[in-house]
Structure formats: C-alpha cells, structure tokens
Design a binder for this molecule. Structure first.
Ligand code: NAP
Length: 351
C-alpha cells in the first residue's frame, strides 16, 4: 500500500470527482483540484465546506482540457493524478466539440503534462464500461455473454453513440501514452452507470439527470426496457483511491454492482417512497420507441441495438484486486433520492 502524498483530481466539481475528493480529504490526503473557472465558487463550494471539516488539505486550480499546458501548475509535486474530467452528456449538437475533443485531446493534454512532471508515479483514469461495449447487443460477441475487462467497444462512432466513442478513444490514448514511457503507470476504472447521493446539485452529469427524470414525472408514461449496469458513487470513489494506493493494481477494472432496468430502479424506489413520486410503472413496447425515438433524442439505431437486450458484467476483478464491497443497490438509489430531498429542503429554507 502506497502513502498518498499529494493527489491531483481533474474535473473536481463533477459528480464522481466530488466523492473522490471527499474520501481523500477524510483520509488526510493533500488534494490539488482543478475546475474550469475558479471564480465560479458556487460550483465547488461543497468541496471547500468538506475541506473545512476533514483532515486533508484542498487547493483549487483552474485548468481546461483543451488548453495546452493548463494542468502544469496543479500537477506540480503530485505523486498521483486522477483524471476524471470529461463531458458526460448523451445528447450534443456537435459530437466532436461537445464530447470527443475534450475527452481525447484532454486526456492527451493531461498525460503530456504527466510526462513532464517527474513526481507523478501513477495515473488513475476514469474511463467507463462504455469503453468496453457500445451497444447492449454487443453482449452477443462478448465471451460467456458477459462483458469483461478483455472487451473493447468497437461499435461506437462519432455518429452513433458519441459519448461511448469519446470514452473509448480517450482510454486507448491513455494506454498508448503509458506504453511509450517507463516512469509512471496507469490504472483504469471502468464504472457502469453511477448512482448515489450527489454532493452538489451543480453537476450536469447524466446520472443526476436520469434520477431527476425518474422522480419528476418526465417518464411516468413508461420507459424503454433498457438494461444498465449500476454502481454506487461511493464504491466508484473507493475504487479510484484503492487503484492509487495498491502497488499491485494493474489494468482495467469494471465497477458494476447490479444490472437493472429503469423500471426495476423505479420499483425499488416505489418500495421506499410509495406514491410520493410519479415514477414510471411500466415498460412501453420497443416498436414505439423505434417510431418516436428520433423525436425524443433516441436514434432508431440506438433503439434497435439496445432496447430489450439483457446485459451482464464480470466485476470479480474489482472485488478481488481493489477490495470493493458493493453497497446494496436499494441503498444506492434511496440515498440518491434522499440527498435530492435534502438539497430541495435547504434551498427552500434559504429562499
Ligand atoms: P460531471 O459531473 O458532468 O463531471 C464532468 C467534469 O468534467 C466536470 O467537472 C466538468 O467541468 C469537467 N469538464 C468537462 N469538460 C471540460 C473541459 N473542457 N475542461 C475541463 N473540465 C471539463 O459528470 P460525472 O458523471 O461526474 O463524470 C465524471 C467522469 O466519470 C467522466 O470521465 C465520465 O465519463 C465518467 N463516468 C461517469 C459515469 C456516470 O454514470 N456518472 C459512469 C462512468 C464513467 P464543468 O462542470 O466545468 O463542465
């Protein structure tokens, strides 16, 4: 187990990064955190508040993925770099501008600076299961009909599933760059769909948007049969830290607890919250999504290759090598909604 001297976390205000930073600060680690705009303190006030109550120290820096060299100051004297910053949006006008360039050029930019910063011994990259597969239908080509770390997404492109494409290109870039040198190593975390209590309502992450849509009535008429590997945000943060601390950690790590459909998630929430939320109660037929999908941002190709296909993941490496003890999924989902409720209450109290 390595001591963590000073850790850089990119995209610090994000949903995932905020939990990583919280756990690092609780463990007394010195954290260098980058945000795009340091003067917009509202986006990271929650981190300053956590730093005020924990033994670790937090320094904020400004850096943009697309600005060459902008991570240099923040990375100075760090032994570990956790690169989480990357846009997580499922719908963008321009896939290159909105997703692919920041993911790919951003990873290259951060790792170019790692190459120049002699203190860095390890990079922990936040990739995704979508660098492992693109469409649920890809399960037909995966060994044992289960996705594992050996699989790569070969079905996404800029036109079809640009977010998975952006994550695949970025992770491949990182593996190429680590192989081209011998000083630092790379450990990759590939989370499924992350759910669990957000530390701030400022993030635009699809994780937060999905839970809002499940509970605010947007999906009450029904949902597609879409199977997703889900994982708790707190386990994802733990995995990043274990990946940084464990000398023997190597390669990619799938982080998925359970495969659930949107309806199964709603049913779990209904058990806890009864009729408090207008949760979806049924699945609508695939052909309906095929017909109307394009009007609600789901292409026919996406519907064809994803709706109705089961999914399965081999998460054994995360348990055996990173020591992850998966939080029960009902707790993940209910804690997420309770955190949203607390946030609303606090907003109303301060209005
Ligand atoms: P998020 O809350 O939207 O965080 C994304 C972060 O990336 C934000 O801090 C954002 O900064 C930053 N970013 C985007 N473009 C940038 C740029 N040009 N320069 C600097 N920073 C930029 O989303 P998240 O869910 O936490 O995602 C974080 C990471 O986890 C991503 O790499 C994502 O692919 C990965 N991941 C997420 C999930 C999930 O289910 N949430 C699953 C697997 C992997 P701004 O706030 O300024 O935009």
């Amino acid at each position: 187990m390595a001591d963590l001297h000073r850790v850089l976390v990119t995209g610090a205000n994000g949903y995932v990064a905020s939990w990583i930073i919280k756990q690092l600060l609780e463990q007394g680690v010195a954290v260098h955190a980058t945000v795009r705009n340091k003067s917009n303190t509202a986006k990271y006030q929650h981190l300053l508040d956590i730093a005020g109550q924990t033994p670790g120290t937090l320094h904020m820096f400004e850096a943009d993925l697309l600005e060459l060299g902008s991570f240099e100051e923040a990375m100075s004297d760090c032994d570990v770099v956790m690169h989480t910053a990357s846009p997580f949006k499922l719908q963008v006008d321009d896939p290159y501008k909105g997703l692919i360039n920041p993911a790919l050029q951003g990873t290259k930019n951060v790792l170019d600076t790692v190459n120049k910063t002699s203190s860095v011994r390890r990079v922990v990259l936040t990739s995704s299961v979508v660098a492992i597969f693109g469409d649920n239908q890809d399960i037909e080509k995966a060994g044992n009909r289960r996705f594992s770390e050996a699989n790569w997404n070969t079905s996404s492109s800029a036109d079809h599933q640009p977010y998975p494409y952006s994550k695949t290109l970025a992770e491949r870039q990182a593996w190429q760059m680590v192989e081209a040198q011998g000083r630092w190593d790379l450990v990759v975390i590939n989370p499924g769909f992350v759910m669990g209590p957000p530390l701030s309502e400022q993030s635009g992450s699809e994780s937060i948007r999905t839970m809002q849509q499940l509970t605010d009535g947007t999906l009450k008429m029904g949902v597609p049969e879409l199977h997703m590997g889900v994982v708790d945000i707190r386990n994802v943060a733990e995995a990043h830290i274990a990946a940084a601390r464990k000398d023997e950690a190597k390669g990619r790590h799938i982080l998925v607890n359970k495969v659930l459909t949107l309806l199964e998630m709603s049913n779990i929430l209904r058990e806890e919250f009864g009729s408090k939320y207008a949760l979806p109660q049924r699945e609508l037929p695939k052909f309906l999504f095929w017909l109307v999908g394009p009007t609600v941002g789901l292409s026919r190709k996406f519907v064809k290759r994803n709706v109705g296909y089961p999914s399965a993941f081999d998460n054994s490496k995360s348990i055996e090598q990173l020591g992850i003890n998966y939080i029960p999924i009902a707790k993940t989902l209910t804690d997420h909604v309770r955190a949203m409720e607390r946030e609303t209450k606090e907003k109303m109290a301060s209005a």
